[in-house]
Ligand binder design. Sequence first.
Ligand SMILES: Nc1ncnc2c1ncn2[C@@H]1O[C@H](COP(=O)(O)OP(=O)(O)O)[C@@H](O)[C@H]1O
Ligand SMILES: [Mg+2]
Length: 270
Amino acid sequence: MLEVDSLEKTFNSGTANEVHALQGASFELAEGSFMVVIGGNGSGKSTLLNAVAGSFIVDSGRITLDGHDITRWPEHRRARLIGRVFQDPYSGTAPDMTIGENLALAARRGLRRGLGWALASRVREDMRERVRSLNMGLENRLDTPIGSLSGGQRQALTLLMATWLRPRLLLLDEHTAALDPRSAQQVVELTARIIEEQRLTVLMVTHSMQQAVNLGDRLVMVHRGRILHDFTGARKHRLKTSDLLGLFDEVRRMEQLDEATAMMLKGLYV
Ligand SMILES: Nc1ncnc2c1ncn2[C@@H]1O[C@H](COP(=O)(O)OP(=O)(O)O)[C@@H](O)[C@H]1O
Ligand SMILES: [Mg+2]
């Protein structure tokens, strides 16, 4: 349902700050699959998700979603098919607006205009029900400004908004990384529950090795803007955190060797 083919993206091209962030990233994601993405800092994980979401247009390569070639679609058009949650609890919601107003923005996209009060009150009932399902006691606080809530509560609501209309694809970029351990756990459980209930297709970046082994049916490791490892089925299921640490070690050794090789060559040719 999602096909990512040979993506290339260079930032600050032709300057001293040039970064070749995507270097031929390719993968196919099946309908209903939940793929966890790991990789070192700066390996290109966020850039990969941003490329799919349309935060920028890739230099080359192709992205196909549900049979549509979305490679050149603007971000707002892709947003009808794609839900997202970022790391920053402050980025997904409008702080001065109430919980109800924020959720209404998410729900509105699915409503036709002028359907009247009967529907409005039904939406509000639906809203209360869904907020109740978070088990955070927020269902009686729909008129509270979002800004007064904790990071965990905000991420839970952002997740609810991102999945309100059952997106074709859900993108999560380290969405629990900024939370305290208890809130992170709460949001992880909520995430798993929503994904299972709605049978969503998901790409989730995480820094947590625990999440990486516990969640999803597939795990990829990104390195230098492409997929270095790809575990599915029983191989994914069997992975332990120690295996993942081993993969990170291997990458570190490769990098050191690269550096050593570069220095050696410099010695030879300078
Ligand atoms: N908008 C941008 N402008 C310039 N450089 C960027 C931008 N986004 C990402 N990069 C660079 O691309 C590389 C990959 O970044 P990123 O995808 O954010 O890594 P990760 O999420 O794996 O930590 C990094 O070197 C980063 O500095
Ligand atoms: Mg990132």
